[in-house]
Ligand binder design. Structure first.
Ligand code: ADP
Length: 235
């Protein structure tokens, strides 16, 4: 039996607007193993976000197949994808998308209130080192702290996979390290399969595997012999 978390077979995505077709994915084959940390690298427009969005059930592929633990996501309708996202996927984006009028605790509660077996919000915030900040509003937190609230929100429902699109894109290197460190610590504690898109090639050293994207395809895959800790990265 195939134990992969994700299996993609000849996955394509074509965006059509008017007369123009954009081939964002041109046939992606891939397997992701449980607990892996995978970094996606490649030039802007090479299809990384498109793949992550399809894996996260935010977008539909045009052709090909995508399986999550043997279940074919590419067969699900919008409702099925919403259930899949709710039960299995945490997202972290470049911009934190926190509610400005809610505290860190309340921002995380928004998710825990609608999840089946969530952590307590203070527990999730402690996991990212923000136990002292739970009653702060986003405007009272630094960018890195806000991103860690967003990570706490993403992991509070105990997702199987954490999909991160440029999580350090808006941060300086020092805070970026803390954010990557938080992601790695969640992975180590819970075995959360973690995919990270980044423009910062230095981050690739924390991964088990690095996927290089070129023009809608995976042009190379590199397996790292040993992962490096975030603090060891030379930013
Ligand atoms: P990356 O994440 O590597 O920067 P993307 O997956 O965002 O690349 O984009 C791949 C290609 O698909 C780009 O040419 C982009 O302009 C195009 N694209 C992405 N989303 C859309 C969309 N919603 N509509 C039309 N084209 C899109």
């Amino acid at each position: 039996m195939n134990s992969a978390v994700f299996t993609a077979r000849s996955l394509t995505k074509t965006y059509v607007s008017g007369e123009t077709e954009v081939h964002a994915l041109r046939g992606v084959d891939l397997e992701i193993t449980p607990g892996e940390v995978v970094v996606l690298l490649g030039p802007s427009g090479s299809g990384k976000s498109t793949l992550l969005n399809i894996m996260g059930g935010l977008d539909q592929a045009t052709s090909g197949q995508l399986f999550f633990r043997g279940e074919e996501l590419t067969h699900l309708d919008d409702r099925g994808l919403t259930t899949y996202r709710r039960q299995h996927v945490g997202f972290v984006f470049q911009f934190y998308n926190l509610m400005p009028s809610l505290t860190a605790y309340e921002n995380v509660s928004l998710v825990t209130e609608i999840s089946d077996d969530p952590m307590r919000p203070d527990e999730a915030l402690a996991l990212v080192g923000l136990e002292e900040r739970i009653n702060h509003f986003p405007s009272q937190l630094s960018g890195g702290e806000q991103q860690r609230v967003a990570i706490a929100r993403a992991i509070a429902k105990r997702p199987d996979v954490l999909l991160c699109d440029e999580p350090t894109g808006a941060l300086d290197s020092k805070t970026g390290i803390r954010v990557i460190d938080a992601l790695l610590s969640i992975n180590a504690q819970f075995g959360t399969t973690t995919l990270i898109i980044t423009h910062n090639a230095i981050i690739q050293d924390v991964a088990d595997r690095v996927l290089f994207f070129t023009d809608g395809q995976i042009s190379n895959i590199r397996k790292n012999e040993g992962r490096r800790a975030a603090a060891e990265l030379n930013w």
